[in-house]
Design a protein around this ligand. Structure first.
Ligand SMILES: Nc1ncnc2c1ncn2[C@@H]1O[C@H](COP(=O)(O)OP(=O)(O)OP(=O)(O)O)[C@@H](O)[C@H]1O
Ligand SMILES: [Mg+2]
Length: 466
């Protein structure tokens, strides 16, 4: 857990997907590293160090959400991203902001359980194999699945006391069959064979009704409650060996972990290292003293305030303190300014970073460099049709220039413009790909101009089409 990335490494990881925006990357990298530093402080001091929440400000389509998305993979901590617009003031129909924390804890629980299940995976695999064998050669009570002998590596098909009358020879034969089957299971020969296995039913759909109707807000999960009271139902299912193995490993590893302990670790993790990314925060800021819908927006801000400031939220796993959760908020702030947020909330986001508008050069790099760069995506998609798609360097420069041009004279939608432009550029090739006889396509500057120049130059057209 403590082999965490340094700020420099975090920035380097973000660089693989997000071009430029160095200041924002630095800020989140420092904030992330500070969590790690804080964990190493003596307890008295640790409680005093509050996280420095970040507000990312920048025009639309320059990478705010993208940074958050990539960060979630890096942060070795429970992380959730929410849209501020999804919440409504307490008392109105819709999700209240406390559900953010409930979701964060849920993420933490899943994280911890997955990690623990991974640790017992070897044992779970062995247990699953025994159950697969039992399903593959079911015969008599002697085959009864015995998890303990499986665990100890003993053969579970040794006749039990009351089956001693069994014919020794047939027992021996069965044992051999079993070992052959085990061999075949391991070499993967049986993957597609159908077998019937008995799995635990994971809750009946009946209780999901409550979930949908907002009963989760009570902080109690009826489904869990009932599943503790009622005995777990078993359900027979017909699956291929491959599917069955997955499910059995899942079930066995669930049984091997200590759920209560996992939950308390998860709550600790969420409280100490949790990160909440609130996107589109500008959408809940209201300009001036408004009436009508604005009242409710301000209400959402007011509801968020105690959570950001530190309070205790009840979740179905127990109370969770939010004092040390890191909040990163982002918004375009086109119409409103950060100063239009209620003052208390502004104060809770002391670190402000501005993301810059993207230039022609940025567009060029965005098209080409990120791991998921558009040029790579289109090439990969067309490769599935047997077409090799290549871009000449000057073609990419031309595309970048056009994106910038359209962004200046139509609306500035940042790198999202590249998506519309590329789609337009490659529409014909994409459409004809399955029937194309020419298997190698090179996009040249001339082709880019042919397809796009008239659109780009006609301002009215580009407003609609690009
Ligand atoms: N700096 C960048 N580097 C690489 N790709 C980028 C960059 N900025 C934006 N993109 C791409 O553009 C698209 C939109 O970016 P993103 O969702 O991050 O915008 P945003 O800043 O959150 O805008 P909004 O304020 O509208 O939410 C994404 O597909 C992303 O991959
Ligand atoms: Mg966004």
């Amino acid at each position: 857990m403590d082999q965490e990335l340094t700020p420099r490494q975090i920035v380097a990881e973000l660089d693989r997907y997000v071009v430029g925006q160095h200041e924002a990357k630095r800020a989140v990298a420092i904030a992330l590293r500070n969590r790690y530093r804080r964990r190493r402080l003596p307890p008295e001091l640790r409680d005093e160090v509050a996280p420095k929440n970040i507000l990312m400000i920048g025009p639309t389509g320059v990478g705010k959400t993208e940074i958050a998305r990539r960060l979630s993979r890096l942060a070795n901590a429970p992380f959730i991203k929410v849209e501020a617009t999804k919440f409504t003031e307490v008392g109105y129909v819709g999700r209240d902001v406390e559900s953010i924390i409930r979701d964060l804890v849920e993420t933490a629980v899943r994280m911890v359980k997955l990690a623990r299940m991974e640790k017992v995976r070897d044992r779970a695999e062995r247990l699953a194999e025994e159950r697969l064998l039992a399903a593959l050669c079911p015969s008599g009570q002697a085959q009864a699945y015995n998890p303990f002998s499986a665990l100890l590596g003993m053969s579970s098909d040794r006749p039990m006391a009351d089956t001693d009358t069994h014919d020794d020879a047939s027992a021996e034969r069965r044992k051999q069959t079993r070992e052959t089957l085990r061999e075949q299971l391991r070499t993967g020969e049986l993957e597609d064979r159908f077998i019937e296995i008995e799995l635990e039913d994971d809750g009946s759909p009946m209780f999901d009704v409550f979930h949908a109707s907002g009963m989760e807000e009570m902080g109690v999960n009826l489904k869990d409650l009932f599943s503790q009271i009622l005995p777990r139902r078993k359900r027979k299912r017909k699956l291929t060996v491959a599917q069955a193995r997955r499910q059995l490993i899942q079930e066995e590893s669930q049984k091997l972990i200590d759920h209560e302990d996992a939950v308390s670790e998860a709550i600790f993790l969420a409280e100490q290292s949790g990160i909440v990314f609130i996107d589109e925060i500008d959408k809940i800021a209201a300009k001036g003293q408004g009436v009508g819908p604005d009242v409710s927006r301000e209400g959402v801000q007011r509801d968020i305030l105690p959570i950001v400031e530190g309070s205790t939220i009840n979740t179905k796993y127990g109370p969770v303190r939010t004092d040390h959760i890191l909040f990163i908020a982002a918004g375009a702030f086109h119409v409103v300014k950060p100063s239009d947020l209620i003052p208390e909330l502004q104060g809770r986001f002391p670190i402000r970073v501005e993301l810059e508008s993207l230039t022609k050069d940025d567009f060029y790099r965005i098209l080409l460099e990120p791991h998921n760069a558009l040029v790579k995506q289109y090439a990969a998609l067309l490769a599935t049709e047997g077409i090799a798609l290549e871009f000449a360097d000057d073609a990419i420069r031309a595309l970048a220039a056009m994106a910038e041009q359209v962004n200046t004279h139509a609306e500035n939608i940042g790198a999202r413009r590249l998506h519309t432009i590329m789609e337009k550029l490659l529409g014909d090739i994409s459409f004809n790909a399955p029937d194309a006889t020419e298997k190698c396509v090179v996009i040249t500057e001339a082709y880019v101009h042919e397809k796009l120049r008239s659109l780009v130059q006609d301002q009215d057209l580009s407003r609609y089409i690009l």
